[in-house]
Design a protein around this ligand. Structure first.
Ligand code: SF4
Ligand code: SF4
Length: 178
């Protein structure tokens, strides 16, 4: 989500893996990834954040989020109260009306999109509420966050959603063996 909308210069048609093929590709490496992230969780390697930060920068230099938008098409963010307030204001509607129109409460009691692709995904894969998009969209796919070991489970899931995460995890296993 986020990176769809980063201001970083991006290269057209440079996706490493076609997003439509990701679920199949991710299934092929799922066992490997499960073993690797089990070790990550157990060992909490000190160098992990530094390695991930480098992989994140290098990967997003060559991936064109605007030719992908798979996160906005297939998953969508959770909406915090502050997100709802900000976006409602932008749309000039009441927060309650925004929630009624666009959101539902999921099994974890989070507010998420009623429908996918995201209603705010515009032509050419641009986000129509870019400046006010949810925090979760800004931070996706979370590969440059601190204490990366804490998000092993979500990263394993995102391998099947985000070509950038797929690439980073494949490189991580090779360049940072555990
Ligand atoms: S608000 Fe929708 S279109 Fe915008 S970045 Fe988030 S998921 Fe994508
Ligand atoms: S799925 Fe990943 S590569 Fe595709 S738009 Fe989202 S952040 Fe960018």
């Amino acid at each position: 989500m986020v990176s769809l909308i980063t201001d970083t210069q991006i290269l057209k048609n440079s996706l490493v893996i076609d997003p439509q093929k990701l679920p199949e590709k991710a299934a092929q490496v799922a066992q490997d990834n499960a073993k690797y992230f089990k070790k990550v969780k157990a060992r909490k390697p000190k160098q992990l954040d530094t390695v991930m930060s480098k992989l994140h920068v290098e990967t997003f230099k060559k991936i064109d989020c605007l030719s992908c938008a798979n996160c906005c098409k297939t998953t969508g963010p959770l909406f915090l109260p502050s997100d709802i307030k900000r976006i409602s204001k932008r749309l000039n509607i009441k927060s309650s009306d925004f929630e009624d129109k666009y959101l539902r409460v999921d099994e974890d009691n989070d507010r998420v999109l009623k429908q996918l692709p995201c209603s705010f995904l515009g032509a050419d894969n641009h986000c129509l509420i870019y400046e006010d998009r949810p925090k979760a969209c800004r931070e996706f796919p979370h590969t440059d966050r601190k204490k990366f070991h804490q998000i092993s489970d979500i990263t394993k899931k995102n391998v099947a959603v985000c070509p950038a995460v797929f690439e980073m995890v494949e490189r991580l296993k090779t360049e940072f063996p555990l």
